[in-house]
Design a protein around this ligand. Structure first.
Ligand code: FES
Length: 128
């Protein structure tokens, strides 16, 4: 059940996120301004994080939307090779072990995936 005042943001149809496949990217506003985020499916579950490495705050995808390593086991940062657990964003190898990616609340229901903004991560203002 969404918290009062939280307007879920449609991300994609559920079938757009295949197991260990490419991510759906979207933009959010946080304290630093506009930042990219991504959602992907791993272990059957949809997870989402800011596209900002915990080592250096840089984008991680080695090609747009591709965040998993060749074994499709970890999220990998293309800059210096940090490996993160897809399930919880914990860094398990590389230059920042124990650090975590910033998670976002995404939920899948009725064949749709939505992002639920929180006080620190908001949607961009609409163009209209
Ligand atoms: S910036 Fe990601 S591992 Fe260094």
């Amino acid at each position: 059940m969404p918290e009062p005042g939280v307007r879920p943001q449609f991300l994609c149809p559920a079938e757009a996120l295949v197991e260990a496949g490419d991510a759906v990217c979207f933009d959010v506003l946080d304290a630093d301004g506009r930042v990219q985020a991504f959602a992907l499916r791993f272990g059957g579950r949809v997870v989402a994080y800011l596209n900002r490495c915990a080592h250096v705050p840089a984008p991680m995808d080695w090609r747009p939307g591709r965040f998993l390593d060749h074994e499709q086991r970890h999220i990998i940062c293309s800059m210096h090779g940090a490996l993160y657990e897809p399930a919880d964003g914990l860094c398990v190898s590389g230059p920042c072990p124990g650090a975590r990616l910033t998670p976002l609340d995404v939920r899948e229901a009725d064949g749709l995936v939505h992002w639920y903004p929180d006080p620190r991560h908001q949607p961009l203002p609409s163009a209209d």
